[in-house]
Design a protein around this ligand. Structure first.
Ligand SMILES: [Mg+2]
Length: 221
């Protein structure tokens, strides 16, 4: 099987790192914003959108100026990258790591991502930094499966390739789950759960009735 994994929000915890930088830059202001004086509320609502766009730019500038920022992220789930590596050897999967991370100070995105994956237990990662959408990549790589935390990436892969997709969704996000299933995107609540699904899909290869059962259970079209 040929499988691609997204990085941020799937394997690597970008949002905690982002929140830490945001707090470092705007910590005090944020506290004030949580408990504004009543008369300040209306004015604040007016300016909030503009402020948040500006602060987002500042956070990204801080990220981009941090040397080798992409090597500093924490994994989202303990042992998931290592387990993926073990499964890859066991089942002879061809695995790709695809990402649209912006470049930062230090090494290239590809090199930083490679370093991170090796550090977390995937000894021989193939990292593919993309500048376009995932659909064309999924098609060119003849992917069988894509694991991603962004619905749009799954939709792109579905519409432009024959890959089946597994979307990572919070357990309590019923809306996201329902809309994913409606268009044939499979859903998992963790990378470990996605890996379980891939192991089942692997076992069902060459057994059409077993695969059909799994396909219906997962919601793949
Ligand atoms: Mg992502």
């Amino acid at each position: 099987m040929r499988i691609a994994f997204d990085m941020d929000g799937t394997l690597a915890d970008l949002s905690s790192a982002y929140a830490e930088i945001e707090e470092r830059l705007f910590g005090a202001a944020d506290e004030e914003a949580k408990h504004p004086a009543p008369e300040a509320r209306e004015a604040e609502q007016h300016s909030r959108r503009r402020t948040s766009a500006r602060s987002r730019d500042q956070v990204w500038r801080a990220i981009e100026s941090t040397p080798d920022f992409w090597t500093t992220l924490k994994p989202l789930e303990d042992g998931a990258v290592k387990r993926l590596y073990e499964l890859t050897s066991e089942h002879l999967w061809e695995v790709f790591f695809i990402t649209q991370r912006p470049s930062t100070a230090g090494g290239t995105v590809q090199r930083q991502t490679h370093t991170w994956l090796v550090e977390h237990g995937f000894a021989t990662p193939s990292v593919i930094p993309l500048s376009g959408g995932r659909g064309k990549a999924a098609s060119a790589l003849f992917l069988d499966y894509l694991v991603d935390d962004t619905p749009q990436n799954c939709v792109d892969a579905l519409s432009e390739s024959s890959a089946r997709t597994i979307l990572l969704v919070d357990r309590d996000d019923h809306t996201a789950q329902a809309s994913a299933l409606r268009i044939g995107i499979g859903v998992a609540h963790s990378v470990h759960e996605a890996l379980d699904l891939l192991v089942e899909a692997n076992a069902a290869r060459g057994n059409p009735s077993l695969f059909e059962k799994l396909r219906r259970l997962v919601g793949w079209k």
